[in-house]
Design a protein around this ligand. Structure first.
Ligand SMILES: [Zn+2]
Length: 137
């Protein structure tokens, strides 16, 4: 998990720095525009345009980053492994571990001496996803 998290975080910090720089540039452009406007200089219009373009760009980038981060958190929803005893049908749930696969033997049953096998591996649905599933069965 830790290895997958790192690039996404590095990417978002680069994006954040870009947003901050663009914001700073557009703020100073807007300030210059205001200053030139007070001196009745026609060039103020260009600075105003640069400032607004910069602001629009950074807001757009911010929204994009937020969407990407949300998609990323969806990917890391917990995965559950179901272990079932072949003899007494005793079921046990635990978090997915690397190397788990369906029908893998995971040792003796805690209730009888039967063999316990992994019977299911599934990703737990988020609230939004289960709501969508109810809407479209
Ligand atoms: Zn058992």
């Amino acid at each position: 998990m830790g290895e997958e998290e790192a690039p996404a975080r590095r990417l978002s910090s680069i994006v954040l720095i870009t947003i901050v720089v663009v914001l700073a540039v557009s703020a100073s452009a807007l300030y210059t525009a205001f200053d030139l406007y007070m001196r009745q200089d026609v060039a103020s219009g260009y600075y105003l345009l640069i400032g607004f373009l910069g602001l629009t760009f950074s807001i757009y980038m911010l929204l994009q980053t937020r969407r990407r981060m949300r998609r990323f958190t969806l990917k890391t929803t917990p995965i559950t492994t179901t272990i079932t005893c072949q003899k007494c049908d005793f079921k046990n749930l635990r978090d997915f571990e690397r190397g788990d696969f369906i029908l893998k033997e995971v040792g003796p049953c805690t209730k009888c001496d039967g063999i316990m096998l992994i019977s299911a591996i599934y990703r737990e649905l988020t609230e939004k996803e289960s709501r969508e599933e109810r809407l479209f069965p």
